[in-house]
Design a protein around this ligand. Structure first.
Ligand code: MOS
Length: 696
């Protein structure tokens, strides 16, 4: 019997109809009886303590059920993540920190009453301006992702001093916000037996369950977190967030189910951001552009509540052949909101700096930027000395060059015009690690087909769909006979939708369980099979596993106004086997759109007096819309990763954002001759140098 292949085909999202019809239930859509609503009251000082709260007016307002403060809120068992220790002390570590929580019978009543609360603060002086020279800067124990903070090979200082070509460049990226369309939302209810049920918007409800159990002193089996549909996360829902803790506290106090959907204006301070960063890149090379020395020193601001050291210097340990390498991470902890994960933490900002610097080196040496990268292609991973698994960066660059007619490009900047428009093209490389993470899954033969159970999370990526494809393929049955159950911590535990690792982690376990079930059924064995990939992950060979890509941009810059318009964006990726071209394209194009948005308009200024972000809603925090973007051209190589999962896939969720901003900035330099090292590429950054007739 031959069956149409299902893995690798563009299956539409299984939940597409429920989403377009509005019947898909998100965390804020469940309507338990007697539901009450909570509204947080954000602290209005940058640093200090709550000295007194006058809650009389708020408590008497219509419909108010409770006013929670640090004085009366349930005590928590504090864990590692300080952002969750809400209403436990009078301390205000940053502006926007919850000083109180009002609970009422309706959302409007909760919001009205919150405005009546009078909180008195004892402010302290906050020193908010920072940079790499800040005396408060220190070396963290580790950079995010468990990476060593510092890693050196050879002797950078000596090799750099002796290099014929030397560049010493500094790049700045402002704070960026994830801003998923669905705000962070929880609907919490306590059952009569003391168990806690939370409908929560997150990227991994096993982690949320375990964290809530710890905080409330419960066994994990007493907590159930349900996450059926999620309206985006981009990393901001990758860790448990305070709305889940506050909703559970409030539900306990009022004895009713409570919903807390964070107001958009409070998200910037409470659910993480990409840290504002300063990166110094030094490149020493021979006249042909071969690297002799490379230093990448990354600095970012973090908070006093939770340390976050973005691993921006880590890609320099992966990308190019260089014997003398220095990579460092430093942070300064300030009274500001806590940064955290945002799509491709580390790789995204790090590759903006490194890939801009490589373009600057290409210009300095008079070498084509693609040829420069090819000349510096390593044979082993420079930082670790490990051999690479599949590494196809050169092929991505070559394929992109072919599609982009790169050989017709005039290398000199400012050499193409169309009336007032200056035209240019740029290229940058892209990379993201292939992380192997253990997961469990079950597959059972049920009436009419098979049921797959795994606590995966579909944050809009198509996880459900691709898991059904993996199961159908491994069972050798049609897609229609597979039913997928995900998004519930009562299911077999599974890792977060993060690190571009979800499909590989869950899919590997689903594959193994499905294969085991197929064998069992053939032998007349039981109808249920379970898999745990923990041992297989631990036994995986010690290779440097990364996805690679090449990003190409064409821009038109208005000579008089400085307006930058994107004309073309092309990404060519080597991401292993593509399991669903429809959802994969959407991930890669979405990442590129986010990278272009970061290049052109995103940025969240920190108010130097108040220590909070001034752009707290989607009117002030600009993200690219359709009119700002060209048609996304996404391509991938025919690649299979043989050294990782049985599917041969790599991660695709994040690599699309990596390198895009550098490709755009490099194109702007090619168009105008102006090198912008501070994002975003606002018009004033372009106009200033060329109106002073000194194009850098
Ligand atoms: Mo993603 S930033 O790894 O959740």
């Amino acid at each position: 019997m031959t069956r149409e292949p299902v893995l690798g085909t563009p299956v539409p999202r299984l939940e597409a109809e429920t989403k377009t019809h509005g019947t898909a239930r998100y965390a804020g859509d469940v309507l338990p009886e007697h539901l009450a609503f909570a509204w947080p009251v954000p602290a209005t000082v940058a640093l200090g303590r709550v000295a007194g709260i006058d809650a009389d007016d708020a408590a008497r307002a219509p419909g108010v059920l409770a006013v929670l403060t640090h004085e009366n809120a349930p005590r928590l068992h504090p864990g590692e993540d300080g952002t969750l220790d809400v209403l436990q002390s009078p301390a205000v570590p940053h502006r926007g920190w919850p000083a109180a929580l009002v609970v009422a019978d309706t959302l409007d009543n909760a919001r009205e009453a919150a405005a009546l609360l009078r909180v008195r603060y004892e402010p302290e002086t906050a020193e908010l301006l920072t940079g790499p020279q800040d005396p408060r800067a220190y070396r963290p124990e580790q950079a995010n992702g468990g990476h060593e903070a510092d890693l050196d090979t050879g002797d950078f200082a000596e090799a750099f001093a002796a290099a014929p070509v030397r560049l010493d460049l500094t790049y700045r990226i402002p704070a960026l916000h994830n801003h998923p369309m669905e705000p962070h939302t929880s609907t919490a209810l306590w059952q009569e037996n003391g168990d806690l049920v939370v409908y929560d918007s997150n990227q991994g409800s096993t982690t949320v369950r375990d964290t809530l159990a710890d905080l409330f002193g419960l066994e994990p089996g007493q907590v159930r977190v349900i996450t059926q549909h999620v309206g985006g996360g981009f990393g901001s829902k990758g860790t448990p967030r305070p709305q889940a803790v506050l909703a559970a506290m409030a539900a306990k106090v009022v004895g009713r189910p409570v919903r807390l959907a964070l107001p958009r204006g409070q998200m910037a301070a409470l659910v993480g951001h990409r840290a504002a960063s300063v990166q110094r890149v030094r490149l020493g090379a021979d006249p042909g552009g071969r690297l002799l020395a490379l230093a990448h020193d990354a600095f970012n601001s973090t908070s006093t509540v939770r340390e976050f050291a973005e691993q921006s210097a880590v890609p320099a340990r992966v990308m190019y052949a260089v014997g003398n390498l220095r990579t460092t991470h430093r942070v300064a902890a300030l009274p500001i909101p806590s940064p955290s994960w945002m799509r491709a933490p580390g790789e995204c900002p790090g590759m903006f700096a490194l890939e801009s610097a490589m373009d600057e080196l290409a210009c300095s040496c008079g070498v084509d930027p693609i040829e420069l990268r090819v000349r510096n292609e390593p044979t082993v991973e420079p930082g670790s000395g490990r051999p690479f698994a599949a590494r196809s960066l050169t092929e991505c660059l070559r394929e992109g060059a072919r599609r982009f007619d790169w050989d017709r490009r005039e290398p000199a900047p400012r050499s193409r015009r169309e009336g007032r428009l200056l035209l240019g093209t740029g290229v940058a490389a892209s990379t993201y690690p292939l992380l192997l993470v253990p997961s469990r899954a079950e597959v059972q033969a049920v009436a009419g087909g098979f049921e797959v159970r795994v606590n995966a999370t579909d944050i809009g990526t198509g996880a459900r769909t691709v898991l059904a494809q993996i199961a159908a393929d491994a069972l050798d049955v049609p897609l229609e006979s597979v039913r997928i159950r995900i998004g519930d911590s009562a299911l077999p535990p599974a890792p977060v939708a993060g690190g571009s690792a979800g499909t590989n982690a869950w899919g590997w376990a689903v594959h193994d369980a499905a294969r085991a079930l197929r064998r069992q059924l053939a032998d007349g064995g039981p109808d249920l099979a379970a898999a745990d990939t923990g041992a297989a992950v631990a036994d995986a060979p010690d290779l440097a596993r990364h996805a690679f890509g090449a990003q190409f941009a064409e821009v038109a810059v208005d000579r008089d106004t400085g307006e930058v318009r994107l004309r073309r964006l092309l990404g060519v990726f080597a991401v292993g086997r593509v399991l669903n071209p429809r959802t994969a394209r959407s991930q890669l194009a979405g990442g590129m759109a986010m990278g272009a948005s970061m290049a052109l308009m995103e940025g969240s200024p920190l108010d130097a007096a108040f220590g909070d972000f001034t752009a707290r809603d989607l009117a002030a925090y600009h993200v690219a819309g359709y009119a700002d973007l060209p048609r996304m051209e996404v391509a991938w190589l025919d690649e299979t990763e043989p050294h990782a999962t049985p599917m041969g896939s790599k991660g695709i969720g994040e690599i699309g954002i990596v390198g895009t901003a550098a490709a755009v900035a490099n194109a702007v330099h090619h168009a105008t001759g102006v090198r912008v090292r501070d994002l975003p590429l606002h018009v004033e950054r372009l106009l200033q140098p060329w109106h002073s007739e000194d194009p850098r």
